[in-house]
Design a protein around this ligand. Structure first.
Ligand SMILES: *[C@@H]1O[C@H](CO)[C@@H](O)[C@H](O)[C@H]1NC(C)=O
Ligand SMILES: *[C@@H]1O[C@H](CO)[C@@H](O)[C@H](O)[C@H]1NC(C)=O
Length: 316
């Protein structure tokens, strides 16, 4: 899971965003008398996804197929999309830019459905955001931060080779990003593309961990290892993957209980701080926590709700 996605999970409610300026007053916090203040009664959209940009502004965006939002597009513009499931003509915005310092916001123009899309910041500070649902499933959306008010999303409607809904993006050392999986996509691709990399490459772990009708391999947890390979975890297991050659260099043992951890079982994962032990090689460690017991998706559909997993697994 990318840090990008972890943030977006926290932000179904606005609490985190709104607390920002308050947290700056450490004197106040130290007294233990913290409190929440609503800085804006309504930002107009739901924060399904959000990303802090290098200029201290936050770009927030939401799916387009849930009806109109509560903020209009700038300059009386409308989005005409005969393919949208709900709104063929829509004059509301589904993305905003929030400026933390001035506590102000402005609407942005996202054109396609970003529902359960994915993204990553590139080294130059642009947010590269990909995939989603319906008309957005192959889109690449780029948001280049600006200090004024004239930047907006740029969309490349067929920027991806495959339709990616619930994929994971990760930045690579050369500045490209890798986009892994998505619903019924047992492969990965890169962005931006060069002539020789303009295709999708198969990734067997996504086939092996796919449970028909449950698909516990979505939003796989992806981390760049210190040796340059990618740690890719889906469902209940992980591999170390050399994306430049397209080969698995290590297969990790399955999680001991075999229970699914990735979406829709929706545990979470983190790369722990790297320790530089004098003279010894730096070793990365990933912690995966939570998830749902096997079969809980099916039982939930029949009205039986079981508890989430209380366990974590670590992998070196
Ligand atoms: C921080 O909070 C304290 C306690 O409420 C207040 O006295 C002080 O003026 C605040 N400082 C700033 C910079 O807002
Ligand atoms: C947002 O909600 C307010 C309060 O209900 C309403 O007055 C306003 O017209 C709405 N704006 C849009 C763009 O829907």
């Amino acid at each position: 899971m990318t840090p990008y996605f972890i943030l977006s999970l926290f932000l179904h409610h606005l609490a985190f965003l709104l607390a920002g300026p308050l947290c700056r007053n450490l004197t106040h916090a130290a007294t233990g008398g913290g409190r929440w203040t609503l800085l804006k009664p309504n930002i107009g959209i739901t924060a399904m996804h959000m990303q802090l940009l290098p200029n201290d502004r936050v770009v927030i965006f939401d799916r387009t197929d849930f009806g109109p939002s509560n903020i209009s597009l700038p300059n009386h513009k409308c989005r005409l999309d005969p393919h949208d499931i709900v709104l063929k003509s829509d004059c509301t915005a589904h993305s905003i830019e929030y400026d933390v310092v001035s506590n102000s916001l402005r609407p942005l123009t996202v054109l396609t459905d970003v529902w359960c899309s994915s993204g990553s910041l590139s080294p130059d500070g642009r947010l590269i955001q990909t995939g989603g649902f319906n008309d957005g499933d192959r889109a690449v959306r780029v948001f280049k931060p600006c200090n004024g008010f004239d930047c907006d999303w740029q969309e490349i409607k067929y920027g991806l080779n495959a339709e990616r809904w619930y994929a994971t993006n990760h930045i690579l050392p050369d500045g490209r990003q890798i986009i892994v999986g998505g619903r019924r996509q047992f492969n990965y691709e890169f962005y931006p593309k060069t002539g020789s990399t303009n295709r999708a490459y198969s990734l067997p772990i996504l086939v092996e961990t796919n449970e028909p009708k449950i698909e516990n391999n979505l939003y796989p947890f992806v981390f760049l290892n210190v040796d340059g390979n990618l740690f890719i975890f889906a469902n209940n297991r992980a591999v170390l993957f050399d994306y430049s050659k397209g080969i698995v260099v290590k297969t990790y043992p399955n999680m001991p209980d075999g229970n699914p951890r990735s979406y829709p079982s929706t545990g979470s994962a983190v790369l722990l701080p790297l320790k530089n032990l004098q003279g010894r090689a730096i070793q990365a460690e990933v912690l995966v926590c939570g998830g749902a017991p096997k079969g809980s998706y099916t039982s939930a559909r029949m009205g039986q709700f079981v508890g989430a997993l209380k366990t974590c697994g670590g992998s070196k």
